[in-house]
Design a protein around this ligand. Sequence first.
Ligand code: SAH
Length: 532
Amino acid sequence: MGGNASGEESDNIDWDTEDELEIQNFPLSSCSTLTNPGGEAIVCAGEALENSPPQQKPVIDSDHSSSDYYENFLDEISDSDSWSEDEENTESLSDKEKTLLSLAKMGYTVEEASIAMDRCGPDASIDEITDFLCAAQMAKAADYLLPDDEPKPKRKFFERELWKRKKQRRYEKRMMSEDSETIRLPKPMIGFGVPMESSQTFHRTLPEAAMGPPYFYYENVALAPKGVWDTIKRFLYDVEPEFVDSKYFCAAARKRGYVHNLPIDNRFPLLPLPPLTIHEALPLTRKWWPSWDTRTKLNCLQTCIGSAKLTDRIRKALEDWDGEPPLRVQKYVLDECRKWNLVWVGRNKLAPLEADEVEMLLGFPRNHTRGGGISRTDRYKSLGNSFQIDTVAYHLSVLKDLYPGGINLLSLFSGIGGAEVSLHRLGIPLKTVVSVEISEVNRNIVRGWWEQTNQKGNLIDFTDVQQLDGDRIEQLIHSVGGFDLVIGGSPCNNLAGSNRHHRDGLEGKESALFYDYFRILDLVKCIMGRQQ
Ligand code: SAH
């Protein structure tokens, strides 16, 4: 697999060169479960409770300071197949010790965990304690980031952070108790079938209100907060979501829900079938893969990658053991590998996936997101949010016989064009594509692809779904002659992962754009319905 042009390395977040920030005053070294996936965990998880904690210099692992990191890390955990709770026996421990152990496993030192437990009181839940730790850490970071001549509002900042967190927690509790989740995620997550497991036959009857035209196809993360899929289903004409893990289509997991009114019979996969295991997809890694790394699939491909500092730390941890590290080191390394989708590229040498490799795993053409002024960070970000082509194409394949002359597509939240690429790879001609995407980088990628693939149709760009009002849609329908398919996956920023602090559910700023998907679809339906 080719590497990135080195010129792409220098802009935006430079994951590789940031130094660790040292925090001098407050004895807290990590920001809840989110920010400390680094080397400290090895000390905390393995030895913390037996030995008194080593006198560590408190640090923030600043290579993970991007907000994307939070999404990534948490989504990674919740999307992970192989993430498992420790199975050790903790029955003999007191409640306090259990809490301490849990916090240590999250990467806190025993010292900071103990302080936080004392401050929060004996009845505090683990969530409250991690809130405290996190708020303290943020106060610390704010303190550090301010210039020296600025007054340091540490205490006030800390109290405000803590208060915000408490408020958020109350809000979440209320939401949880009001929610009445009825949708359960299926196991195995194969929706209405996947190519390899075709022994089962599926039938469904669509509610009348859901029937086209147009066909519609909506996507979002499967592991959304409670109630989200119920709401999506309710708005989208009570159509049952189809939950599918892309690990049945490629070498990486990607658990997504799809609500659509497409037929489900006679689907076919894109050919050639993509490699289904890490070794098939990335054959060069095989040579270096240790037998104790039992992964055969990658976890969900995310918007950002593990840092050079992390892989260096792992290399150092492994070098001490000459090929066969003890179990606790293996566990640490494997946890990091799973969290960050690291692969073996040399002896004791792990690396994050190259953007080219992510592109390939997601089924995009090589260099789809490369060049034209797109930074490496933007590539990972756009790819991390995109459709997995083989999965989506499998669902859309039923359109091929229905539209031999091609289709008119309304593509909302087009991103890097997962929908367009899927239809093209299926050999379904794209007559007119109205594509709505707010990111200029992404619009350029789709435009570039459109030109490179010599499309005969017409690509019309819009920027913001919120500006697509009834008049505009009516105009478009008249000029295009109606849409055959309205497709889109609205942003999952407030839904993904187990990040309690940022998971506002569908009412979150970005995630609420789902309602624009519905609004636009419903307008198209009404206008086209009138025309029939
Ligand atoms: N399915 C797409 C990715 C969807 S991710 C793909 O295959 O690549 C959600 C996308 O919505 C992102 O690309 C984001 O830039 C875009 N977006 C966010 N807010 C938007 C808005 N108000 N209008 C249009 N697009 C928006």
